[in-house]
Design a protein around this ligand. Structure first.
Ligand SMILES: [Zn+2]
Length: 232
């Protein structure tokens, strides 16, 4: 009774605000989205068929088993604002919730089978200290609730800042991004099917760089799951 009263007081003092539409809602304290936004998000249909319109991003670049994004991401959309809150406003819960949604779709699709490890794209240590967290790790933790595999943050390390790429051609850019990551556990991932996780898929250069490092280990297979596919 007392705890119920406490919860009611907490909800009055700290109303649950939806991270998409900014309205108050009652979808449960742990949910960052209201029911209406959850239903009406710009979902892709990537979990129904492979290949889908995210797959060509990696064709001829790295071999992938399955590729999917949860949401379509257009500039100046509510998805962009929501991602900003995830990355820069401390709302790790957004990442976890998106991960849950993507993990559930992946689990009940015909794809993303036999995943052994989930590897979030790492961020540099100085960025981690400044931001306090890696948003992709929270996404990966949400996915792991459905795809029962360990989340490994120690497999790939980002150890230098990526140099400015404005004057580079495509091949130089690929080399530049690749040289800012290193594989830290080559032996421990042999023969594994690894799910690479990131927040937004734009050019795919970062995922390609990390994927190439993972493929240095014998018998590794890769799948990719991103929360958003940049459409323009
Ligand atoms: Zn909403």
């Amino acid at each position: 009774m007392l705890s119920q009263l406490n919860n009611t007081i907490k909800e009055l003092l700290f109303p649950n605000i939806c991270m998409m539409c900014s309205k108050e809602h009652a979808s449960g304290k742990s949910n960052p989205f209201c029911f209406s936004c959850t239903v009406n998000m710009p979902y892709t249909n990537h979990f129904k068929n492979q290949p889908n319109n995210a797959s060509p991003k990696f064709r001829g670049r790295i071999p992938c088993v399955d590729v999917a994004c949860l949401l379509n991401f257009y500039s100046y959309s509510d998805v962009k604002k929501m991602l900003h809150k995830l990355k820069y406003k401390g709302r790790k819960d957004i990442g976890f919730e998106l991960g849950l949604m993507a993990g559930k779709k992946a689990k009940y699709s015909n794809y993303f089978n036999d995943i052994d490890l989930i590897v979030p794209i790492p961020i540099h240590k100085s960025k981690l200290i400044k931001r306090g967290y890696n948003q992709s790790t929270f996404i990966a933790n949400g996915i792991a609730e459905f795809i029962k595999a360990p989340v490994r943050e120690d497999v790939i390390i980002k150890y230098t800042h990526t140099k400015s790429q404005t004057k580079m051609n495509r091949i130089e850019r690929v080399k530049n991004v690749r040289s800012s990551f290193k594989l830290a556990d080559k032996n421990g991932i042999q023969g594994r099917h690894i799910l690479i996780v990131d927040d937004v898929l734009t050019t795919g250069a970062t995922i390609e760089a990390c994927g190439n490092h993972l493929l240095e280990s014998n018998g590794v297979r890769l799948s990719i799951l991103c929360m958003c596919l940049a459409r323009n």
